[in-house]
Design a binder for this molecule. Structure first.
Ligand code: ADP
Ligand code: ASP
Ligand code: MG
Length: 412
């Protein structure tokens, strides 16, 4: 039997009624002749609630126990989904990550998938089971401990299963009916895309569009998984949603495909560090050892052999960055006058493979922001994206103005 993977996110399994609707959708696919692997998230809000409990119990928590706690939301929905399907006379059973087994690295709270065993589930399919309901987001480490795949990780579970079982498609059911030119929640002119390339989706996801976890897009691209994003709230689902596919399958494209934002960014500047070989290595080594995910980096103009070094990281890592740099200050020649942290910044990015062949996108982006009176604090570019850091209070205005200026509400 051909295998289809269907993933239901938190809002799509938010209560028993929603689980029943999702199960009905699964029943439709079973009736078409598929063996279905259903990947479920925790009910919406549950993972956040549990993260809160862990942080309140132990601010510097043991990540292994964090995973033991937060993986449990998916365990509940997997069992409930299997029960719901059984009530509909669809042969189904639930699987926890470790039962599959879905083997991961030991990097607790952000583990990577190493291998998915297909034998157990295939055996059950062979015995007449029609639906394997798998708890998303969780796996097992080489040490036999429960791991989780990072926030939004059920998307990655789904794509990894689609690759491992050679599924015909991986359908991601969520609370929007596809991938939009920007987050429809902050821009009402956002337009749903019928198709988007893996490359563009990868950039949008990594730059903040949380509709798909970045790693899931990476895997889909690597294993050529046909990935579709669609709404679990709509009755009709055939041909709906957005297909994430190879660039060649897309006929026309704008220079810019979409705008992404990331709200919780911070900009840190080390004032007056020595402008000499080795200093950047010391700074960023200290940050890396302190577990800080540095994003943008800018070294400012040097004067009298001293310079300022600016970088950005997630807001919740500022304390860690300050601690790591303070620990290193005075050692290995690192000295600085002051560390200035600006925690109220957001990152806005425009993304599009058309940028490879069309010039002027950066100039236009900067002009649009300047016309709105928005100051740019840091800029970075790559082949298919331009990102800027700005004051967070202008975030929505910037997204909307860029969306308008690049005509993203219109088909190319
Ligand atoms: P789920 O719980 O189903 O995994 P998420 O909340 O993780 O859903 O992702 C869906 C949300 O992603 C949408 O509600 C939307 O606000 C947000 N989003 C951000 N950028 C985009 C985009 N470009 N297209 C569609 N949705 C987006
Ligand atoms: N429940 C997890 C989270 O909220 C994983 C997921 O939903 O994808 O991050
Ligand atoms: Mg999600």
């Amino acid at each position: 039997m051909p295998v289809l993977v269907m993933k239901f996110g938190g809002t799509s399994v938010a209560n028993l009624d929603r689980i029943r609707r999702a199960a009905k959708r699964v029943g439709v696919e079973v009736a078409k002749g598929y063996d279905v692997i259903v990947i479920v998230s925790a009910m919406s809000g549950k993972t956040n609630e549990m993260v809160g409990w862990v942080e309140e119990t132990s601010p510097l928590f043991d990540a292994r126990e964090y995973d033991a706690v937060v993986s449990s939301g998916e365990a509940v929905t997997a069992g409930l989904m299997a029960l719901t399907l059984q009530e509909m006379d669809v042969p189904a059973r639930s699987w926890q990550g470790w039962q599959v087994p879905l083997q991961t690295t030991s990097a607790h709270s952000q583990a990577r998938i190493e291998e998915i065993g297909t034998k157990n589930i295939n055996q059950k399919f062979g015995e007449g089971m029609k639906v394997a309901v798998v708890a998303g987001f969780q796996g097992i480490s080489p040490e036999g401990r429960i791991t989780t795949l990072g926030r939004g990780g059920s998307d990655t579970t789904a794509v990894a299963f689609a690759a491992a079982f050679d599924a015909v498609r991986c359908d991601i059911y969520t609370d929007v009916d596809g991938v939009y030119t920007t987050d429809p929640r902050i821009c009402d002119k956002a337009r749903k895309l019928d198709k988007i390339s893996y490359e563009e989706m990868l950039e949008l996801a990594s730059l903040g569009a949380k509709v798909l976890q970045t790693r899931s897009v990476e895997l889909a691209m690597r294993f050529k998984v046909k990935l579709r994003v669609l709404s679990s709230f709509e009755e009709q689902c055939d041909e709906a949603g957005t297909l994430v596919c190879a660039e060649e399958e897309i006929m026309e494209s704008n220079a810019v495909a979409g705008v992404a934002y990331s709200r919780d960014e911070a900009k840190l500047t080390l004032l007056s560090v020595a402008d000499r070989p080795g200093i950047a290595a010391i700074i960023f080594n200290a940050l890396s050892e302190g577990g800080v995910n540095v994003d943008m980096i800018v070294q400012n103009i040097s004067e009298d052999g001293r310079t300022d070094m600016t970088f950005s990281c997630p807001t919740d890592q500022v304390a860690r960055a300050e601690q790591a740099l303070l620990k290193t200050k005075g050692t290995g020649d690192l000295n600085y006058a002051e560390l200035v942290a600006d925690k109220d910044v957001a990152k806005i990015s425009v993304v599009g493979i058309g940028m490879r062949s069309q010039s002027g996108v950066a100039a236009k982006m900067f002009k649009v922001l300047s016309d709105e009176g928005i100051n740019i604090k840091v800029i970075t570019t790559s082949e298919i994206k331009i990102s800027v850091l700005i004051d967070r209070k202008y975030m929505e205005l910037a997204v909307q103005a860029l969306h308008d200026a690049f005509d993203l509400d219109k088909v190319a």
